[in-house]
Design a protein around this ligand. Structure first.
Ligand code: GLU
Length: 421
């Protein structure tokens, strides 16, 4: 699916978005020039002895886009689509995301070019540990803090934390976030990104005067983000019409049984929705074109492109994935009057909860779930309101407003710190 439109390079798309925002805000060209370059890019070779004894070498990446507002922060993904340009784009989006919600981080991202489903658990552990060891000098609780992303989760974060700690000779909880709760993770982190997507969708809906009990939602992607977005939106009263994963789309006009479908995919015997029978099977293209109030793309970048933006029949889009909409598609949707609440606001719940985890690790004092969710909703609401005010005041898109908030904060930090030396 990725790259079916004409703009398939995520980094070029990220640069276009930045250029548009800087032009609209009248930002100094020096600042644009500064921001278009990632601060640090690292590529490493990761040699691994496979279970059958032969050697494979994987490519690993870690990019720090900006540390102007604080240490780098961002996930680590395991996917065959990982390459330097993708990671550079994702790192830049993390800079805007942390700035948009106002948490004291810069932006970073990393990943390994690998299909994790082809590796055994032991191979994945060796891969994660060797990757961590190879980037040990660029990560750390004060410098750059990894977290889960596509195809990584608490298990991988536990291995990363352990590898880093073994090298340092003492436990360093705060080097990564998204860890299991038993070893310094935060309650609520697993649910946080999806929870935040549903929360932001609901805030948007409220501003439109929509009644949750009458709202319909379609979710593309049923990984960690899509699953918890569906569960939380359902709790708000939304009818979830369809979801999809690599096995295709699953549609039920009366609304899917979200608990049942969540239980189905959580069953280790399934791991995908393949074989789920209590819904109509549709294609990914058909899913994106379903009539609904809110479409939440929660899968990959480059899903809504100039090839399909005209076909969407949602009233609004809320981006759970990073970079799902290309710049041309964005323009088409804007012309069609379809609001797009952007990734850097809508999916910031994950990194915000990561921030809470990092705080708790540093204090060695842990919060209950109620406190985590209260603080999370507070930050998300504050960020949404800040963006919404600009949308109304300047009559600009949600993406442009979110970029205004974010880029301005980063530019201000650069200006106040000055250029070293
Ligand atoms: N990978 C997530 C994201 O794209 C979370 C990053 C984090 O928690 O640092 O926002």
């Amino acid at each position: 699916m990725t790259g079916t439109g004409t703009e398939s390079n995520p980094f070029e798309n990220a640069l276009k978005q930045l250029r548009l925002a800087c032009d609209a805000m009248g930002i100094d060209n020096d600042i644009y020039n500064y921001l278009k370059h990632p601060t640090r890019t690292v590529q490493v070779a990761i040699p691994i002895k496979m279970d059958d004894g032969h050697l494979e070498v994987f490519e690993g990446f870690r990019v720090l886009h900006s540390a102007a507002r604080g240490p780098g922060k961002g996930g680590m993904r395991y996917s065959l689509a990982v390459n330097m340009d993708e990671v550079k784009a994702l790192a830049m989006w993390m800079t805007w995301k942390t700035a948009c919600v106002g948490i004291p981080y810069g932006g970073a991202k990393g990943g390994v070019r690998v299909d994790p489903r082809k590796l055994s658990v032991a191979e994945l552990e060796r891969l994660t540990r060797r990757f961590t060891a190879n980037i040990i000098n660029v990560i750390g609780p004060e410098t750059d803090i990894p977290a889960p992303d596509m195809n990584t989760g608490p298990r991988e974060m536990g291995w990363m934390m352990d590898t880093y700690s073994m090298q340092k000779g003492h436990v360093v909880h705060g080097v990564v976030t998204g860890k299991p709760v038993e070893i310094g993770g935060s309650l609520g982190r697993t649910q946080a990104t999806g929870h935040g997507v549903a929360y932001i969708a609901n805030e948007y809906a409220k501003r439109q005067g929509w009644n949750p009990a009458e709202c319909t939602m379609v979710i593309q992607g049923f990984g960690n983000v899509g699953q918890y977005a569906a569960l939380t939106a359902r709790d708000f009263g939304y009818k979830i019409l369809a979801v999809s994963d690599i096995s295709g789309g699953y549609y039920k006009p009366e609304g899917l049984d979200v608990d049942e479908i969540f239980a189905y995919i959580s069953d280790p015997a399934h791991r995908t929705l393949e074989g789920y029978e209590n819904a109509q099977k549709i294609t990914n293209e058909e899913l994106l074109a379903l009539e609904c109030d809110i479409l939440a793309p929660c899968a990959l970048e480059n899903q809504i492109t100039d090839a399909n933006a005209e076909k969407l029949r949602c009233k609004a889009m809320v981006e759970g994935a990073n970079g799902p909409t290309t710049p041309i598609a964005d323009e088409i949707l804007q012309k069609r009057g379809i609001d797009v609440v952007p990734d850097i606001l809508a999916n910031a719940g994950g990194v915000t909860c990561s921030y809470f985890e990092w705080i708790q690790d540093r204090m060695a004092l842990f919060w209950d779930l109620e406190q985590v969710n209260k603080e999370l909703d507070k930050i998300m609401l504050r960020a949404f309101n800040g963006v919404y005010e600009l949308v109304v005041e300047k009559k600009i898109s949600y993406r442009m407003a979110a970029y205004f908030v974010a880029v301005k904060r980063v530019a201000k930090a650069i200006e106040m710190r000055g250029i070293y030396p």
